[in-house]
Design a protein around this ligand. Structure first.
Ligand code: IPE
Ligand code: IPE
Ligand code: MG
Length: 244
């Protein structure tokens, strides 16, 4: 078998925690707990496989619409997982970044996450990106505001705005590999739900039926195999036609 080409940037919309819990007659928060455990393992597996950036959609700008109880349980889980994630990152040489507007989170949570980012900033094996209060439309809106401010200040001509400048003003600008090569969404749903709308212009997508807490290393390897079977054309000609 020829060696698998590992995508540099893999993004995951982890979905199905609630259904996983419902199937077992458990409260949704236990589904989220199981989801966090699956995530902890996948972070390590992804680094071992040689993935350079692993981006995870953990909490969307729309997830505030859930019950107060569920939002509270998710925030508690984030708190609980920071020290565990820290240990994993230190052991695995993994750097943490976030995308999204964390300012709506409680202060202690913001502090904990910022400390984790600061303390892992020199780690280089993999970057683990957490989407926290992330929404692509909100991210694009914030980028537009920044560019509009430069136009207002007279330092930027509207016509001089390039696609690259827009990319550089998105939250993902801090990443070495900005656009995901492969996006996985579990639970069989086939939509982006406001995740990386700009960055996924040419991303390969894969939608396994598995619920997120059941997603294991073998499923990540399967996703990479499927990715290897794709022909990325970027609007150009088919690889098979080359030279004809
Ligand atoms: C994904 O699981 C986790 C978050 C959105 C935080 P869900 O909570 O969306 O699970 P389902 O879709 O209800 O099964
Ligand atoms: C997307 O999942 C958000 C996250 C995984 C954080 P949702 O479960 O919230 O999305 P919809 O409502 O099914 O589109
Ligand atoms: Mg869901």
């Amino acid at each position: 078998m020829t060696e698998l080409k590992v995508p540099s940037h893999v993004a995951i919309i982890l979905d199905g925690n609630g259904r996983w819990a419902a199937k077992r007659g458990l409260p949704r928060k236990l589904g989220h707990k199981a989801g966090c455990e699956a995530l902890e393992q996948i972070v390590e597996d992804a680094a071992r496989l040689g993935i350079k950036v692993l981006s995870i959609y953990a909490f969307s700008t729309e997830n505030w619409k859930r019950t107060k109880e569920e939002v509270g349980a998710l925030m508690q889980l984030f708190r609980y997982y920071i020290p565990r994630l820290r240990k994993r990152c230190f052991e695995g040489n993994i750097k943490v970044e976030t995308i999204g507007d964390m300012s709506l989170f409680d202060e202690d949570l913001i502090r904990g996450i910022n400390e984790l980012k600061r303390d892992t900033r020199d780690f280089s094996r993999m970057t683990f990106v957490l989407g926290l209060n992330y929404g692509a439309r909100d991210e694009i809106r914030r980028a537009v505001v920044r560019l509009a401010e430069q136009v207002k200040a007279g330092t930027l001509e509207p016509e001089a705005i390039t696609e690259q400048m827009i990319s550089q003003n998105l939250d993902t600008a801090v990443l070495k590999y900005p656009d995901p090569d492969l996006l996985i969404r579990t639970s069989g749903e086939q939509r982006l739900s406001n995740f990386m709308l700009w960055q996924c212009a040419y991303t390969e997508m894969y939608f396994p039926e598995l619920l997120w807490p059941d997603f294991k290393k073998a499923d990540l390897v399967r996703a990479i195999e499927i990715y290897n079977g794709r022909d990325r054309r970027y609007g150009g000609r088919n690889e098979a036609d080359n030279g004809k």
